[in-house]
Design a protein around this ligand. Structure first.
Ligand SMILES: Nc1nc2c(c(=O)[nH]1)N[C@H]1C(S)=C(S)[C@@H](COP(=O)(O)OP(=O)(O)OC[C@H]3O[C@@H](n4cnc5c(=O)[nH]c(N)nc54)[C@H](O)[C@@H]3O)O[C@H]1N2
Ligand SMILES: Nc1nc2c(c(=O)[nH]1)N[C@H]1C(S)=C(S)[C@@H](COP(=O)(O)OP(=O)(O)OC[C@H]3O[C@@H](n4cnc5c(=O)[nH]c(N)nc54)[C@H](O)[C@@H]3O)O[C@H]1N2
Ligand code: SF4
Ligand SMILES: [Mo]
Length: 713
């Protein structure tokens, strides 16, 4: 008999409601849940690919231990004991910092990870904690921590009610939206473009730019100067509209004079955008009844990431659109992620050993992970725990990290694939399918464009040999604590944790209400709450935090000639059928045309004597890859574009379908020394590269160039 279970999709930030159809215990079909009050039936190709994920024979179902190039199954209790003992022993011999941790993106998507891992990290007590956040949204968090007093007091664009949306460096039509949970976002954007104005500022005429009212090309890395000019143009049109923040705003004069002092004479040469265009857009932004400025990956993982995020907050602030309906306002979230007991600190409490980079939010920038492993001396990293991450493909100089991982004394990964990273592990602990777990979106409900809540209930019982993500954390935590002579208090199952979180939130919503609403609950549009929730020491918005003023100062003194240099700059792209580095395992996503190519403007190809489809060498300061080019008219001349998350052809990777997918890793080119100055986020985009055609003899050998891994299967 067929039955249906309704759950939130856990693959991207849109958290679409899915209807999972079961035949007995067997998952047979997936479609969008038409009764979901937030996603209204929306589903993208990835939602269906859950079927592939569940059925993939390469997916690990039992713990595996590596001996040389061989993987052998091991029982759960033995695996926990091995992991706990080795981590504790290495810390006893070499100090707490000998163990490093790396948390990848899917941790945020699973309650069994995000609500449980902090306890394990706390027990490990190491300064060497890393995550994908420092190749992603750190600049947002850092800016909010400084301006509003909490890294998650993050104003969200009120996409459904705004009249003017200025969007920089984001492509939600492909990514489904980020730090702006809005299922079915293409529809929302089209509605906005029909009733108001959507302006996209991007070096590529993206899928999102194509539904916008206006697309403005910008040279990669030019956004800080564009935003400075934009603020100056707004202020030239009238005084800042800040009456709503009276008594709650510090540093306005300081920031206005600092921004006003930055010279913008090189605007057009550095950004490709004229002063007239900036003035016209600024006037339109101010004239709109409700407007919002927002920037995402394209402005965060570039040389001025934090500066850009701060300037974007200032645009919303001085135009009076901060904490205002139709502008940018934080979600209240039924399980609070801000407020008492939620802060992970404001940063700078310790520094990385080798390069002296400051901590932020309890972590160090992942751009310095490899050097902490390979540089000998006191405090050297000798063991690594990775959880749901693939830093070899996701972080700067992935090849360098690839080699560094070989030198570890011990590595344990909580993951269900033997991928480019986990192939180096000594032990892999694979969690049971998330469909066997109760789940609540701690983060994405808090970043949603409406107030929503949903409990996703387990779809089937776990098999006796399976362990849930949270059970693995409990198992490892207990074994580690026993070996290290520390305390460990096992955490209760998700349902109890979710109930406790709701009680802490005190919004009146409880577990019974969630259980009674399998399609989720819509609690209405966003409401102004920022001013009442500020967590700064002053209780005010801090418009001019010292570190950000210093970053603006550094920007004012930048090397302009270098910024305006004509050489090729590399940027990334996402495709609706991709999910960072790991979903090339899904046949239904990788079938059809290839998507890995380096895209370049036809003029740039012609200038280099390169033909559409040729194999080329792409070189950066750090590395070189060989791949195919594709002529692409949607790019600004001078810009090359390559997706990340490819490069599965390495020895020992056990993801059969993915290994057939051509393409090399963007992050074999990225530079670990290229970090932005605000908080140390990686500058992955705007990367200087050279591209040359490969001689046919070399091209025929295929494959990548970079020095391969040192062990092989
Ligand atoms: N050049 C370039 N690099 C980038 C980016 C870019 O735009 N350009 N984007 C950056 C961004 S935004 C991000 S978020 C990072 C992502 O970087 P990572 O988080 O390091 O990598 P992912 O590819 O998301 O890898 C996810 C891993 O989690 C595993 N996994 C999936 N679900 C689960 C689960 O439920 N439990 C467990 N335990 N494991 C699971 C998968 O098997 C896979 O190994 O990449 C960053 N790197
Ligand atoms: N299909 C799919 N969806 C995803 C993911 C995925 O891998 N595939 N990953 C998920 C994750 S982890 C994240 S964080 C989100 C990211 O979500 P988005 O930020 O929306 O995704 P990107 O496609 O990386 O968008 C970045 C845009 O910035 C532009 N850009 C690059 N450099 C610059 C620059 O210097 N200035 C400006 N103005 N623009 C620039 C690029 O051309 C691109 O259009 O997507 C999520 N959703
Ligand atoms: S848009 Fe995101 S949440 Fe929705 S079905 Fe696709 S991957 Fe899942
Ligand atoms: Mo991300």
């Amino acid at each position: 008999m067929q039955t249906s279970v309704f759950r939130a999709c856990d693959l991207c930030e849109a958290i679409c409601g899915l209807e999972l159809q079961l035949d007995g215990d067997r998952l047979v079909a997936i479609r969008g849940d038409a009764d979901d009050p937030f996603s209204h039936g929306h589903i993208c190709p990835k939602g269906n690919a859950i079927l592939d994920l569940e059925a993939d024979p390469d997916r690990l179902r039992t713990p595996m231990r590596r001996e040389g190039a061989q993987w052998l199954p091991i029982g759960w209790e033995d695996a926990f004991e091995l992991a706990g003992r080795r981590l504790a022993m290495l810390q006893q011999a070499h100090g707490q910092s000998a163990v490093a941790t790396y948390l990848g993106n899917p941790n945020v998507h699973h309650f069994g990870h995000i609500a449980y891992l902090p306890a394990l990290l706390k027990a490990l007590r190491t300064p060497n904690m890393f995550s994908a956040s420092s190749v992603d949204q750190w600049p947002h968090q850092f800016t909010c921590a400084r301006m509003y007093g909490h890294q998650f007091l993050l104003p969200i664009p009120d996409i459904d009610r705004t009249d003017f949306f200025l969007m920089l460096g984001a492509n939600p039509v492909a990514s489904n939206g980020s730090l702006m949970t809005a299922p079915g976002i293409a529809k929302r954007l089209k509605a906005l473009a029909a009733r108001g104005t959507l302006v996209v500022v991007d070096p590529r005429r993206t899928e999102t730019a194509q539904v916008a009212n206006e697309h403005v090309f910008i040279r990669p890395g030019g956004d800080a100067l564009f935003l400075v000019a934009f603020l100056q143009a707004m202020l030239a049109l009238g005084p800042p509209r800040v009456s709503a923040y009276e008594g709650k705003l510090n540093g306005l004069d300081a920031v206005l004079s600092a921004v006003g002092a930055v010279a913008t004479g090189s605007l057009e040469t550095e950004t490709g955008i004229s002063a007239d265009t900036v003035r016209r857009l600024a006037a339109a932004f101010l004239a709109a009844p409700r407007a919002v400025a927002y920037g995402r990956m394209g402005v965060s993982v570039q040389p001025w990431g934090t500066l850009c995020q701060w300037l974007l907050q200032l645009v919303n602030l001085v135009s009076g659109n901060l904490d205002r309906e139709g502008g940018a306002l934080p979600n209240e979230a039924e399980i609070p992620v801000t407020g008492p007991g939620t802060s992970t600190g404001h940063g700078g409490r310790w520094r990385s050993r080798v390069r002296g980079l400051p901590e932020f939010a309890g972590e160090l920038p992942v751009a310095c992970l490899a050097e902490e492993i390979v540089t000998p001396g006191d405090g050297q990293v000798r063991a690594l725990l990775t959880v749901a991450g693939n830093p070899v493909l996701s972080t700067p100089d992935g090849r360098g990290l690839d080699r560094a991982l070989d030198g570890l004394d011990f590595m344990v990964s909580i993951d269900f694939y033997i991928n480019e990273t986990t192939r180096h592990a000594d032990l892999i602990l694979p969690p049971a399918s998330s469909l066997t777990q109760d789940h609540y979106d701690l983060i994405f409900n808090a970043f949603a464009v409406r107030r929503v809540a949903r409990l996703s209930q387990a779809l089937r019982e776990r098999e006796p040999g399976e362990r849930a993500d949270w059970e693995i954390v409990n198992g490892m935590g207990a074994a580690y604590a026993a070996a290290a002579g520390k305390d460990w208090r096992a955490l209760p199952p998700p349902r109890a944790m979710i109930a406790a979180g709701l009680a802490r939130g005190d919004s009146g919503l409880d577990l019974a209400a969630l259980l009674a609403a399998p399609h989720g609950i819509d609690l209405g549009p966003l409401r102004p709450s920022l001013l009442a929730r500020l967590e700064t020491a002053s209780g005010c918005i801090e418009a001019a935090p010292a570190e950000l003023l210093a970053e603006l100062d550094r920007f004012a003194g930048r090397d302009r000639a270098q910024a305006a240099e004509a050489g090729l700059r590399l940027i990334g792209r996402r495709d609706v059928r991709s999910n960072n580095s790991w979903m090339h395992i899904a046949p239904r996503l990788v079938k059809g045309k290839a998507r890995h190519q380096l895209a370049m403007h036809p003029d740039d190809l012609a200038a280099r004597g390169i033909g559409d489809g040729d194999r080329v060498s792409v070189r950066s300061r750090t590395g070189e890859i060989h791949t195919e080019v594709r002529a692409d008219h949607t790019l600004m001349p001078g810009v090359a574009c390559l997706p990340h998350g490819f490069g599965h052809g390495r020895n020992g990777v056990r993801m059969a379908r993915a290994s057939l997918v051509p393409g090399e890793s963007y992050n074999d080119l990225t530079d670990p020394l290229a970090i932005e100055g605000g908080c140390g986020n990686a500058a992955l985009n705007a990367l200087p590269i050279e591209v040359t055609r490969l001689a046919p003899a070399i091209a025929a050998t295929g494959g990548a160039t970079g020095a391969g891994p040192t062990w092989s299967a």
